[in-house]
Write a protein that binds this ligand. Structure first.
Ligand code: CA2
Length: 149
């Protein structure tokens, strides 16, 4: 089976180093290790990446179209602004989960809108690093049932 791509957007490289009250103390490397061990338990291959560049994220979604069985994406602030990520996810036509560490609906109003939500299968937010684990489980269910949603 093709691997699942877990893509991370801008500033997520700072995880665990700043704003622990909002995002916790786990680093992105910790989140990657958690994803790797859960993916292994599910029998899924994993590609885990982070970029601060919208264009690079678009490129990775295009790559996933050919090389991945599903996508979990924490697009960071691009969630709320990016038509380009929306269009790329639509075109990828894969099971996809929008992931957030924080519960964006409890936060500033500008975080309540997601431009990518209409282009993915579902959204998971508010569970810290466990949001990624839940996203991988959801993708696994969809992929094994051969559904896109
Ligand atoms: O809750 C999430 O996962 C977010 O995607 C995180 C984004 C934010 O813009 C979204 O509204 C919700 C921000 C990621 C930046 O992470 C930082 C981590 C430590 C210090 C500063 C930023």
């Amino acid at each position: 089976m093709k691997p699942v791509y877990v893509l991370n957007g801008p500033n997520l490289n700072l995880l665990g180093l700043r704003e622990p009250a909002i995002y916790g103390t786990a680093t992105l490397a910790d989140v990657e290790a958690l994803c790797k061990s859960h993916a292994e338990a599910l029998g899924l291959g994993l590609v885990f990446r982070q970029s601060n560049s919208e264009g690079e994220l678009v490129g990775w979604i295009h790559e996933a179209r050919e090389k991945a069985s599903g996508i979990a994406i924490n697009a960071g602030a691009y969630t709320h602004t990016s038509v380009a990520l929306h269009d790329a996810l639509k075109a990828a036509d894969l099971p996809a989960v929008e992931v957030h560490l924080s519960n964006v609906h409890k936060r500033e109003a500008f975080r309540h809108t997601s431009l990518i939500a209409p282009a993915v299968t579902g959204v998971i937010c508010g569970f810290g690093p466990q949001s990624y684990v839940l996203a991988l489980s959801a993708l696994h269910s969809f992929i094994t049932a051969n559904k896109k949603g």
